[in-house]
Each structure stands twice: as structure tokens, then as C-alpha cells.
Design a protein. Structure first.
Lengths: 817, 110
């Protein structure tokens, strides 16, 4: 197969359904074309058969009439011949006068003007009606004539119509009619010959000619043409023994055939009839070409009409195929458009002027539910799905849109989802006029902005909480100052010799003031919990630490049981966040057990993760509530009693900490909330060890003077270093241990950390440097040690410069840069 | 507050001077002769740490007792810091404190 046809085939296969349609159209058109041409063919052949038959019919009728006429002519002439022959036989010495008289007696029509002559056995004319035969004149011999030979060999007594002869005397063509003269012993006795003018036979030929190529002829059975009229010219004689006629004659004495004439090469349809008993045949023929011409003239109209129909069909099918291809293109573009519509994360709907949904994408159905979309009838229905608080606003927007306005950025509202929840939506609605019918409809797109709205809300709440925390911290500080004055003055009062009653009152006041001190302490503890970064903590230790608070939060009607883990569980979490999470879970559990119950707080390790479980024996949650429990602002509490942020915060916290939260609940049996957190390796230094204090950090490097933190457990050396630094007008601070150093780093900013490597305590200089480099990446870190670098670092290369003790002042200054 | 400390110490027969601002302290001609300084870390004008820096810079040898309404980690850090820059740190007190706390912090007895 050639590449072109291959490509064409591939293209065709690619058309799919359209290809089948094109195929069907092509086949259909071809079938109709074939049918039309078949019909025309049939009409043409029918017409031809009709025309041929009618021409044949005419020809055979002509032949028949010729036969009748010629037979009667021959019969009357034969009668004359027979009388003359009888005379001659009775009286062999008949004279010219006697012959002429006899002919007169028989009243032979003068027009026939027959010439009768007698030929003896040798072929000499012995008597003639036309001339006196005597010895003075030369004798005429006709022994070479066809009729003489015919009669000599054929003993039958029968009129013989001989081949035309050109008169040797006049040069004129005559037709010899002859009879044999038979002697009494039966031998050949001569021929009685009557010559007639051939015009006697051919006169009507000319009058009834069938056109230029028509032919009419009289032929002898012996194969000689007597007379033939061809295209208006009379031809005499001629050998016709090879003619188709003689094949046909063997089949029937009367008939028609079609053959090419040997004489002029023209194909003709010929009809013939034999005239018995004279052995001559009459023919009439018409040229086939002429007949075809007649047929063509008749069917020209049909062929024209059929050609027109054919062209129409071809044009129509081309149009159809183009239509199919265009339709396919249209469908393909529509399909990709639809795919696009279904792909976008927005809901899209087309609404008519009455507010009925005409069409939506799948996302709309997923949101509103299929039944809701089906039921969608009118703007009232649309508005019914809007949160009551937003409804008036949306109504205004819809009205605005109906009158041609466009809803741009202000269309944010809450819309009911299929499960009844109201989610935030941002919507655009555009009025579109259909140019086809002038109708009006609306295109509406909606974007789910719920998460964004919720995030904004959460951020707002968090901001509020943070500001409350800051406020609390500040207030606690002031309160501490006030309490200090109160407590101090109370103490001073005690030593001033009060009365016993007065002293008692003072004691009461002191007690109250002390309680106030405790309260402020815990307030401050809460306030100082700024948002922390995750740190590695012993989780159970944390739980134990805040357990009194949890127990207190639960109240007295609920039994509180704690199930400690079998091993220490380290997790890397935001400590304050975890405390808030636990408090949240406890408060939720308490809410679920208004009549009291039991709460179990357990910690364990499962599948390499920490599992913290809070189990209550409360009311439990229905499935629908359980599913939505972690949704922000979803609450089953009365308005004002809960924010609906509790469990959502817990779930968010678990996710942020790389873990998960799972709720198991059975109505009437209680709820278990499990928080699964990844385990942390306590040996790996966590990113943040402590919270930086509220005291602001001020860098002091602007004037080139450095603030240096020197860490060494050998104060003597540290003191020297500090003196050097001081001489350079740097500020140097000493810390005796890594722990102290970290504390100082938490409250004060330093430009340089110069630390000894080997120090007693939990953390050595390298550990300190590592933590410090993470916590205070801008700070320059220098190590110092009495050992060589290799020995001191022991774990290969460290990224900080090392000063080997004892080092010179200049070495330090150079290291400080 | 400062008045209260003065009252608390008055019974010990000590000379007590009160400065409400950090700047006042450094203007005092007796700056280097104070035996002890009770330093509140949250003064209106200068931060406690900066005061300690300045005291260290002028070579103060006074015993210093830091105090604050903030939580104990800060006064502790302040104490370590003070020692670190060579000040004679006596101790750290978290407000509110009793007279006994104050006196023992200064190494005195009632």
C-alpha cells in the first residue's frame, strides 16, 4: 500500500463514528447513482428494442407488400410466356408476325413492353418479337447467359427470373423471365425468354424508401442480385452468395436479421421473404446506425435528466460528508470544552431568566447533590440554599445581575451543601443574551473559598488569643508589682505590734495576697507560652506536669485515670500546643459527660509511633457528627458555648506535628480520640531548646564593638580572655557551663560565641556550638581547647575555627576578625 | 515598690537610696561606693541588662541583687549574665518577695 493511501486509511480510521457515517453516505450515494444509471440503461434498451421492433415491423410489411405485388406481376407475365411456349411447341416454325399477333391477342399491357425471344439448344436466338431473325443478319448467341445455363441443367419446368442483363443491342438493363422448352423425350429443347424493364419492379421502391441508408432488393435464390436500391441508386446484378441472407434462408423462408452488408459495409437490420415458387427473395433493410440515431433522439432527455440527478447526488453527498466532518470537529471542540468545564475546580451553571438551572457541571452536582439540582426551580429555590444571614445580600446581587450588572468581587456568601453544611462560596454571575432567540440567561460560576475563609477566621482567633496572652503577661507583671507592695507592707505590719484581732485580720489578708501570687504565677505561665517551635520532649513527663490542671478542668464528678507508657516516649512537638490540645480534649470529654463518668488518658507506643488516647464514657457521637467533628466551626454546643474550633485545632495540630487524629465513637458508649505522633530521637538535638524570653534582643555590632560570650569552666583563663576583649572595647560575658551559656543566649544577643570544647555537665562545647549555630545562625562561633584539633573534636571535622590553648592575644583578635 | 524595699531595709540601720530611673543611678556621685544594688530588670528608661553592662564597664564592685515581676528564668539569666561580665552578683529575686527573701538575698539578717 502506498504511503498516501496508508495515511488516508489512518485518517479514516481516526474518524471513528464520523468515518462510519461518511462511509454510509458514500455507499448510499453510490447505490443511488447505480440505481439511476441502471434505470436509464433499462429505459434506453427498452427504447432501442421498441424502435428496432417497429422498424423491423415496417420493413417486414414493406417486404410483404412487395411480395404480393411482384408475385402477381410475375404470374401475369408467366401466363404470356406459357401461351407463347404452347404456340411454339405446336408450331416450331412460328414467324415474327404470328408471335406479335399472339401477343396482341393476349392484350399484354403495352407498358410492360415485353420482348419475347426463342433460343434454341445451341443458344442462338431463332425467333424474336423485337426483330426479324433471318439469314441475312448475324446470329445472336446467348448460351453464356445465366438463364440459359440454369435451364439447361435444371429439368424443372418453372418460371426463372434471371440475373439482369445489359442489352448487347441497346446497352439497356433488362430483366429476363424465362421458361424451359422441353422436348417430348424430356431433353432440353431451348429457352423461351421474355425480357422486361426492371422499372416494373423498382418503381414502388423509390416511393417507399426508408431513408438514405435503407436498402431494398430482389435477389435470386441462386445468389445473384436481381435489383437493389441502395441510398436511392438502383444497382443491377452482383454476386451475393456470401451474404448473411443465405445462412438465414436455411433457417426460415421468412425472417429478419442484422448483418453488415458486403457491398457497402453498412450494418443493417434486414427483413426478407421468399416468393414461391419463383425462387426469388424480397429484402428491405434499415441501417442500424440510423436506428440508433433515432433511439438516441428519443432517450436523450432521459440521459440528461439522469446526469443531472447524478451530479445532484454527488454534490449532496459531498455536502453531507463536509457536514459530518464539520460536525465531528464541532463535537470534538465541544467535548474538549466540556472536559475543561468539568476539570475546573469551580462549579458552573447556566440558569434561565426564571432561575431554573438548565445545565451544571459535575462539581455543582457533587456540591448541591443531584436531587437538589433536579429540583432546582426558580430564584427562590436558589436563594433558599443561601445562608439566612447572607440571603438578602445575595438577593440584591441577583437582582443586580438580572438587570445586566456584573457580580465581581463582593459575591461571597455561605451556601448549603448536600449534607446541610453551609460552606463559603465566591460567585460570579453574568447575564448573557442569546442572539438566536433574544432570550436571556445567566452564567454562574462558584468557587469554594471555605478553606480560605476558615484560615482567615482561624488566623483572627489566633491573633486574638495571642493579644490576650500578651495582655495577660503584661498585666501579670503589674499585678506582681502590686502584690509585692501589698505582701511586703503586710510583713512590715506584722512586726509593728498589732492587737491579736488585728494580727488575725492581717493573716487573712496575707493569705489572700499569697493566693493572688499563685494565681498570677499560673497566669504568667500561660502568658509566657508564646507560639513555640517543636522541641523534643518526654511526652508523659509533660502530661504528668499538667495533670493537676487537667484533673481540675474535669471537675469532681468525673474519675480521672492515667495509664503511663511502659517506656519513655519522646516526641517532637510544640509543647504549648500539646498542652492546649490535651486541655481541649479534656474539656470536650467533660462536655460529653454532664452526669459524670470516667476519663482515661493513656500513652503507649504502637507500630513505632506514639499513641495518645483520651477515652470517655460519655454520650458518644452520631456518625454524621463524627464525620464533621474536625470541621472548623462545627459545633453541637449551643451558640456562644463553643467556638467549634476545638477538635479542628486538635486535628490540625496532629497534622502539623506529622501525625494523625482518629475519632472512634459509639452513641451512648463514649468516645475515644487517638492522637498518633511520630517518635523523636532524644539524642538528636532538637531545633529549639527553649523559648526566647520576652526581653527584646538588641544587636550591638553597629559600632564595630562585639559582644562576646565566653564559655569555659576554667574561670582563670576566661578572665584573661575577658580582659583582652575589654581592652579592645568589646563586651565579654563569661558563662561557666553550656547550660548557662544557653540561658544567656536566650536573653541577650551575642556576636561571637567562644567556647571551650571539654566541659563538665550535660552538654559540652561542641553540643553548645551545634545548638547555637541552629538557634542563632548569625552568631560567629569559635572553639578553644587545650588538646589538638583532632583529639578535641574526636568526631572528625567541625565547621568552626579552633583556638588551641594556650593562644596569644593576637590569635584571638585575628579570629574575631 | 522601691519605697517598700527601702522600708524593708530600714530596720537594718542601712543607708538606702532610691533611683527610679537607670539614668539617675549613673548620675549619682556615690555610684561606685554603694555596697549593694537592688536592681529591678524592668526600669522605664534602661533595660536591666544594659545597666549591668554599664556597671561592669565602670568597674562597679557593688553586690547586686536582681529582681523582676517576670518569671524566674529571667532573673536567673540576669544573675548568670551579671556574673559573666564580672559583676558581684548576690542573687536573684522574683516578685513578690518577702522581707526575709530580700535580706537573705543581700546576705543580711533581720
Amino acid at each position: 500500500m502506498s504511503p498516501t493511501s496508508n495515511r488516508l486509511l489512518r485518517w479514516f480510521k481516526g474518524l471513528g463514528h464520523s468515518g462510519q457515517m461518511i462511509w454510509a453516505i458514500t455507499v448510499g450515494a453510490a447505490l443511488i447513482l447505480a440505481a439511476v444509471f441502471g434505470l436509464v440503461q433499462q429505459i434506453v434498451s427498452h427504447e432501442r428494442a421498441n424502435t428496432f421492433a417497429s422498424i423491423q415491423d415496417i420493413n417486414s410489411k414493406i417486404v410483404l407488400s412487395d411480395v404480393v405485388r411482384i408475385r402477381s406481376l410475375l404470374a401475369s407475365l408467366d401466363k404470356v410466356l406459357l401461351v407463347v411456349r404452347k404456340d411454339f411447341v405446336e408450331k416450331p416454325g412460328l414467324t415474327q408476325q404470328e408471335l406479335l399477333r399472339r401477343l396482341d391477342e393476349m392484350k399484354v399491357d403495352h407498358e410492360l413492353s415485353p420482348r419475347v425471344s426463342m433460343v434454341d439448344v445451341s443458344g442462338y436466338i431463332v425467333l424474336s418479337s423485337a426483330r426479324n431473325v433471318n439469314d441475312a443478319q448475324p446470329r445472336i448467341n446467348v448460351a453464356d447467359r445465366e438463364f440459359f445455363q440454369a435451364h439447361k441443367t435444371d429439368p424443372n419446368d418453372q418460371l426463372h427470373v434471371g440475373a439482369p442483363i445489359q442489352s448487347r443491342a441497346t446497352g439497356k438493363w433488362v430483366l429476363p423471365l424465362t421458361r424451359r422448352i422441353t422436348k417430348q423425350d424430356g431433353s432440353f429443347g431451348g429457352v423461351l425468354n421474355m425480357t422486361v424493364d426492371p422499372d416494373l419492379f423498382t418503381d414502388p421502391f423509390v416511393k417507399t424508401s426508408m431513408g438514405p441508408d435503407a436498402t431494398r432488393a430482389i435477389m435470386g435464390r441462386n445468389g445473384y442480385t436481381l435489383l437493389r436500391l441502395n441510398g436511392g441508386n438502383l444497382v443491377y446484378g452482383g454476386d451475393t452468395r456470401k451474404s448473411q441472407l443465405f445462412t438465414e434462408l436455411k433457417k426460415a423462408a421468412v425472417g429478419c436479421y442484422t448483418a453488415v452488408a458486403a457491398s457497402d459495409g453498412i450494418q443493417r437490420s434486414v427483413c426478407y421473404r421468399t416468393i414461391d415458387p419463383y425462387d426469388i427473395i424480397i429484402l428491405a433493410g434499415s441501417s442500424v446506425a440510423g436506428m440508433e440515431g433515432e433511439v438516441h433522439a428519443k432517450v436523450r432527455g432521459y440521459i440528461g435528466a439522469a446526469a443531472l440527478v447524478g451530479v445532484l447526488i454527488v454534490v449532496l453527498s459531498c455536502l453531507l460528508i463536509f457536514g459530518v466532518l464539520r460536525q465531528r470537529k464541532l463535537l470534538a471542540s465541544q467535548r474538549s470544552f466540556n472536559q475543561l468545564i468539568e476539570m475546573v475546580p469551580q462549579s458552573i451553571a447556566r440558569i434561565d431568566a426564571q432561575g431554573n438551572i438548565i445545565w451544571t457541571n459535575r462539581r455543582t452536582i457533587e456540591y448541591a447533590g443531584p436531587s437538589a439540582v433536579d429540583q432546582a426551580k426558580g430564584f427562590d429555590w436558589v436563594l433558599a440554599a443561601i445562608h439566612p444571614d447572607d440571603r438578602d445580600r445575595v438577593k440584591e446581587l441577583v437582582t443586580h445581575a438580572i438587570f445586566g450588572g456584573q457580580c465581581e468581587d463582593s459575591c461571597e456568601y455561605r451556601k448549603r451543601r448536600s449534607d446541610g453544611a453551609y460552606l463559603w462560596y465566591s460567585s460570579q454571575i453574568t447575564r448573557v443574551e442569546d442572539p438566536a432567540d433574544g432570550g436571556v440567561y445567566f452564567l454562574q460560576t462558584g468557587t469554594d473559598i471555605h478553606d480560605r475563609k476558615m484560615a482567615e477566621e482561624r488566623a483572627r482567633v489566633a491573633q486574638k488569643l495571642e493579644s490576650i496572652g500578651q495582655l495577660t503577661g503584661g498585666m501579670a507583671h503589674d499585678f506582681n508589682n502590686l502584690l509585692a507592695i501589698i505582701v511586703g507592707n503586710q510583713e512590715l505590719l506584722k512586726s509593728e505590734g498589732l492587737s491579736e484581732a488585728g494580727f488575725k485580720r492581717l493573716e487573712v489578708a496575707s493569705g489572700a495576697a499569697q493566693r493572688g501570687v499563685g494565681l498570677v504565677t499560673s497566669l504568667l505561665a500561660f502568658a509566657s507560652k508564646q507560639p513555640l517551635l517543636p522541641a523534643t520532649i518526654d511526652l508523659w513527663a509533660l502530661i504528668e506536669r499538667i495533670s493537676p490542671l487537667l484533673r481540675h478542668a474535669l471537675g469532681q464528678r468525673i474519675d480521672f485515670e492515667m495509664k503511663p507508657p511502659t517506656t519513655i516516649v519522646h516526641v517532637e512537638v510544640d509543647e504549648a500546643g500539646l498542652e492546649a490540645v490535651l486541655l481541649n480534649l479534656i474539656v470536650n470529654a467533660k462536655g460529653a459527660m454532664p452526669q459524670g463518668g470516667a476519663l482515661t488518658l493513656g500513652l503507649d507506643i504502637a507500630d513505632g509511633r506514639a499513641v495518645l488516647a483520651v477515652k470517655d464514657t460519655g454520650a458518644g457521637m452520631p456518625e454524621a457528627v463524627r464525620k464533621r467533628a474536625t470541621e472548623p466551626f462545627f459545633t453541637t454546643k449551643e451558640r456562644g458555648l463553643g467556638t467549634g474550633l476545638g477538635l479542628s485545632m486538635v486535628a490540625g495540630f496532629a497534622k502539623q506535628s506529622g501525625g494523625t487524629m482518629k475519632i472512634e465513637s459509639e452513641e451512648g458508649k463514649g468516645t475515644t480520640i487517638e492522637m498518633v505522633l511520630p517518635l523523636a530521637n532524644p539524642l538528636i538535638a532538637s531545633k529549639v531548646m527553649t523559648a526566647s524570653s520576652a526581653i527584646p534582643i538588641q544587636r550591638n555590632a553597629a559600632n564595630g564593638k562585639l559582644r562576646i560570650l565566653i564559655v569555659d569552666d576554667e574561670p582563670a583563663l576566661a578572665e584573661i580572655v575577658r580582659e583582652w576583649a575589654k581592652a579592645e572595647e568589646h563586651t565579654a560575658v563569661l558563662a561557666n557551663s553550656a547550660q548557662d551559656a544557653l540561658t544567656l543566649l536566650g536573653v541577650r544577643s551575642f556576636d561571637v560565641l567562644l567556647t571551650d570544647i571539654i566541659m563538665p555537665g550535660e552538654s559540652d562545647g561542641l553540643g553548645l556550638a551545634e545548638k547555637a549555630s541552629v538557634l542563632y545562625p548569625k552568631m560567629k562561633i569559635l572553639l578553644m581547647s587545650g588538646f589538638s584539633r583532632e583529639t578535641a573534636t574526636n568526631r572528625g571535622d567541625v565547621p568552626w575555627p579552633l583556638l588551641v590553648k594556650p593562644f596569644h592575644r593576637d590569635t584571638l583578635i585575628a579570629a574575631l576578625g | 515598690m522601691a519605697e517598700l524595699v527601702r522600708d524593708m531595709l530600714s530596720s537594718c540601720d542601712l543607708g538606702v537610696e532610691v533611683f527610679n530611673l537607670g539614668a539617675e543611678l549613673f548620675e549619682s556621685p556615690r555610684l561606685l561606693s554603694f555596697k549593694a544594688i537592688v536592681l529591678d530588670l524592668s526600669l522605664p528608661d534602661i533595660e536591666g541588662f544594659d545597666i549591668m553592662d554599664k556597671l561592669a564597664a565602670i568597674g562597679s564592685s557593688s553586690s547586686i541583687l536582681v529582681t523582676s515581676g517576670h518569671d524566674s528564668s529571667i532573673v536567673l539569666a540576669a544573675k548568670i549574665y551579671g556574673s559573666g561580665i564580672g559583676l558581684n552578683m548576690r542573687g536573684a529575686l522574683t516578685k513578690p518577695f518577702t522581707r526575709e527573701d530580700l535580706l537573705s538575698g543581700l546576705g543580711l539578717t533581720a
